[in-house]
Design a protein around this ligand. Structure first.
Ligand SMILES: Cc1cc2nc3c(=O)[nH]c(=O)nc-3n(C[C@H](O)[C@H](O)[C@H](O)COP(=O)(O)OP(=O)(O)OC[C@H]3O[C@@H](n4cnc5c(N)ncnc54)[C@H](O)[C@@H]3O)c2cc1C
Ligand code: SF4
Length: 324
């Protein structure tokens, strides 16, 4: 591993100032970044430890919740407010990694974790995300677990975070601070589609620090769930996942939120499903119809067409469960 300097930031301002150094990277729990450093994929000169910066889950004045970027995944999943008002978020976090990893991984780091595409993780292989312009061997090579929606000729990777899928469905926003001040970014817009710049996973600018994620007061979120389909029962990333929230009145859909994971370069907010279901009868046939319309956008690759059927079935099953 390339030698690097370690700094611990005392506060957000100090972290942002330290991030101006060439080759600087923020360090959360290190469960992804340090792995990638060992593989030679990441080669920072300076690591700025921000894992002790805001690490509380606080109820906001309007009845939402603000989660500090340093909150460990285990603490987030165990928080009583999160468990009762945003159960899909607690379930999504618990569906990721292992107990040991969740004890150390942070909220900010989880959002910023890199793709698990095998070519990205192998520094001896070409990869447009790691080395722009070098090519995308996954398109013709190993891609059975990669994207079916929103990919480009330059990259077909998926975003690996379970937590981000739930945050996307539940209308969360990311609070960031950088050299030019602070701003908020809806989670739905935080991660990007690859286009011709797949090296950029998110809209975060270099040196910008995530300080918190905020969930709005959202009554429908109390009736939400996260369902993840994977190749083995634990310690495995999603082939497909669904975060959904559903509120019914007299058998009709009063409110609904849906996002898909494992299908795109970002958590995929299923806006077509939401638009087609609002005000409609809550029955399996409608759910199936809406899911099919959403998935008309899918452009599966040679070996991952199974994900279209899997996403459809997982989405319908999750909505049926929420409606009964
Ligand atoms: C074996 C294994 C299995 C896993 N399975 C799953 C799974 O099933 N589902 C899943 O979702 N995840 C899974 N993970 C990934 C795990 O969730 C992530 O590694 C973890 O959430 C990253 O958090 P961290 O704090 O350790 O981030 P770090 O590794 O410290 O950082 C990751 C990235 O975030 C950046 N960063 C960190 N904090 C900030 C901040 N505040 N502002 C801006 N940038 C920041 C870093 O610079 C780095 O680029 C798995 C990991 C392993 C090793
Ligand atoms: S899919 Fe993306 S991450 Fe994977 S090899 Fe292609 S460019 Fe690299």
């Amino acid at each position: 591993m390339k030698p690097f300097r370690y700094e611990r930031a005392g506060d957000e301002g100090a972290a942002v100032a330290l991030a101006a150094a060439p080759g600087a990277r923020f360090l959360g729990g290190g469960t992804n970044l340090v792995d990638l450093m060992r593989l030679g994929v990441e080669t920072p000169d300076v690591l700025i430890d921000v894992s002790r910066l805001p690490h509380d889950v606080i109820e906001t004045e309007n009845g939402g919740v603000r989660v500090g970027a340093g909150v460990r995944n285990s603490d987030l999943a165990a928080d009583p407010i999160v468990r009762t008002r945003y159960p899909a978020l607690a379930q999504a976090v618990l569906a990721g990694a292992s107990g040991q990893l969740r004890n150390i991984a942070t909220t900010g780091g989880n959002l910023m974790q890199r793709t698990r595409c095998a070519y990205f993780q192998d520094a001896t292989k070409p990869c447009n995300k790691r080395e722009p312009g070098s090519g995308c061997p996954a398109r013709e090579g190993e891609h059975h677990n990669l994207a079916i929606i929103g990919h480009s000729e330059h990259c077909v990777a998926t975003h690996p975070s379970d937590m981000a899928v739930a945050l996307c469905a539940l209308d969360a926003v990311v609070h960031v601070v950088g050299a030019d001040g602070s701003r908020t970014i809806p989670v739905v817009d935080f991660h990007r589609l690859p286009g011709d710049t797949p090296e950029r996973d998110s809209v975060l600018e270099p040196g910008e620090l995530i300080v918190a994620v905020e969930l709005p007061p959202l009554p429908v979120a109390a009736h939400s769930r996260y369902r993840k389909v994977r190749e083995r029962a634990s310690f495995s990333f999603a082939l497909v996942s669904v975060a959904a929230a559903l509120d019914l009145a007299d058998g009709r859909v009063r409110d609904v939120r849906v996002a898909l994971g494992g299908v795109a370069h970002k958590p995929w907010r299923a806006t077509r499903v939401e638009a087609l279901l609002r005000g409609e009868a809550a029955d399996e046939a409608r759910f199936a119809e809406a899911a099919a319309v959403e998935l008309e956008q899918a452009r599966p690759l040679r070996d991952n067409a199974y994900k279209v059927r899997l996403a459809h079935a997982t989405l319908v099953r999750t909505l049926v469960e929420l409606s009964t």
